[in-house]
Write a new protein. Structure first.
Length: 480
């Protein structure tokens, strides 16, 4: 929406511009069910609008503010970007038109701002949300130095509040009004024209969107546990090939919650015991997944009696560099054993050679195309090119190198534009790669990739404090 004072009088000239956008948060809420709690610290939502200045001169040194809407509006279909003569239902006076009735803004240009739940406002400036005892500002802002920047604003609390019923939505959609900050709207400077792409643009990468981020990784240290460092080991349980919690008594009661199991590690006469829990992440306990986190000292002087020989655990570690323990998972009373296997814990690496490993990464199971919104688990294989592989006379299954900190990003294969960047330093760490006994993997976010385009995957490895980015040399498409 755009308006200006008329030319022909001596009054100062004032320009007013507004952008209206809305997103279906019901779809977001249903897609995140049982995956992440909306008040989790790992949950982040970002509103993205993309600059399309073209040959127009962009204004500079200004601030845009984003307010949640207090009422619905009709989507416009105007295409006149020069004189703005395409009059539609939503304009500076009218918000929407239904069944012969026009519903007007409380103040022209959707400018009536006030408290949450007020009935005489167009946009919400402040209010009290769950978890806060006082009013907080509900609008967001971004400064544009050059004027050609994209808009990217954290709206996590607004999206969370709307999905919890604290902010108004209209047919499941949360709307936003975007405009210059108040002092810039009332001065006499012109900022014509700053343009963003709408959802009708032919380039799907430029359409307005809300990016949803959360960390769904599970890093299992079964293949990379070291003494003196805390690591986590996992137990996954299934029933008829579906994740299910383990049953521990004749009444078919299952083990749930924190500190609900025991993990026991043994070698010779030595025993180490730690409590385990149903795995909890992003505010949810996950069905059929249990984890135990602990550290074991390499200086433990406890005696280990093995076949008439007695030595301390520290002596065994010093002699061999690693110790293989029997691994058992029990209920808290040790009445039922749910799993029995082994866990090898290695000594920390002490090196005089400062050279970095020469990694190569490949994708084991990528397909040529995926349907948007489908589930896809991408498995990776990592090897060190400098390591000489021992020769074998018959086929064997090689194990991938395990490194606890790896990340992925996804790029448009043709334009090289990054669609999903590495999230290493971000609080969500939403692109961290998971590990299990079969090596590294991650869940491909097919719902976040526009259809009809080809994509490629790159991997960042953080090895011995050095970041290395590797191209997997894969290519896949997104279909309807």
């Amino acid at each position: 929406m755009y308006d200006e004072t008329k030319i022909g009088n001596s009054d100062p000239k004032i320009e007013i511009s507004r952008a209206l956008v809305s997103f279906n948060v019901n779809d977001i809420s249903s897609s995140l069910k049982d995956k992440v709690s909306f008040d989790s610290g790992n949950f982040k939502c970002t509103l993205n609008l993309f600059d399309v200045q073209g040959t127009s001169v962009a204004p500079s040194d200004f601030t845009l503010e984003v307010y949640p809407l207090s009422r619905s509006f009709d989507e416009g279909r105007g295409q006149d970007l020069s004189t703005f003569n395409d009059l539609d239902s939503a304009n500076f006076i009218t918000a929407s038109y239904r069944y012969g009735n026009s519903y007007l803004w409380n103040t022209s240009g959707s400018r009536a701002v006030g408290l949450l739940n007020s009935t005489d406002i167009d946009i919400i400036g402040s209010g009290t949300l769950a978890g806060t005892s006082s009013q907080v500002n509900l609008y967001k802002s971004q400064y544009f130095k050059n004027g050609t920047e994209d808009l990217s604003i954290d709206i996590t609390n607004l999206v969370s509040a709307s999905m919890c019923g604290l902010l108004p939505t209209f047919t499941g959609s949360l709307g936003f009004c975007i405009g210059f900050k108040t002092s810039e709207e009332t001065d006499t400077s012109t900022r014509f024209v700053k343009r963003f792409a709408s959802r009708h643009t032919r380039n799907p990468n430029l359409r307005p969107n809300i990016t949803i981020e959360y960390d769904d990784s599970i890093v299992d240290y079964h293949k990379m546990f070291e003494f003196n460092s805390t690591g986590s080991i996992f137990l996954r349980t299934y029933e008829h090939n579906r994740p299910a919690n383990v049953v521990y008594d004749a009444s078919l009661r299952t083990i749930t919650g924190s500190n609900s199991m025991l993990v026991r590690l043994t070698t010779g006469s030595f025993a180490f015991q730690v409590t385990a829990s149903q795995h909890q992440k992003n505010g949810y306990f996950h069905t059929g997944i249990y984890s135990a986190s602990f550290a074991m000292s390499s200086k433990d002087s406890s005696a280990v009696y093995v076949t008439s020989t007695t030595a301390s655990l520290a002596d065994l570690i010093y002699a061999s560099g690693s110790v293989t323990f029997g691994e058992q998972w029990y209920d808290l009373y040790k009445n039922t054993r749910f799993y029995s296997g082994s866990l090898t814990i290695n000594s920390p690496q002490n090196l005089v050679n400062l050279s970095q490993r020469d990694f190569r990464v490949s994708v084991k199971n990528v397909r040529s195309s995926y349907r948007r919104g489908s589930s896809a688990k991408i498995r990776l294989f990592l090897r060190d090119k400098n390591l000489a592989q021992e020769k074998f006379r018959k086929p064997i299954k090689l194990s991938s190198i395990t490194i606890p900190e790896m990340y992925y990003r996804i790029k448009d294969a043709d334009s090289n534009k990054v669609l999903i960047p590495f999230r290493k330093s971000d609080s969500t760490r939403s692109t961290q790669i998971s590990f299990d006994d079969d090596g590294p993997f991650f869940n491909l976010p097919t719902a976040a990739l526009p259809i009809g385009r080809a994509y490629t995957i790159e991997v960042m490895i953080v090895d011995r404090g050095v970041e290395t980015i590797l191209d997997t040399e894969t290519r896949f498409r997104m279909d309807v």
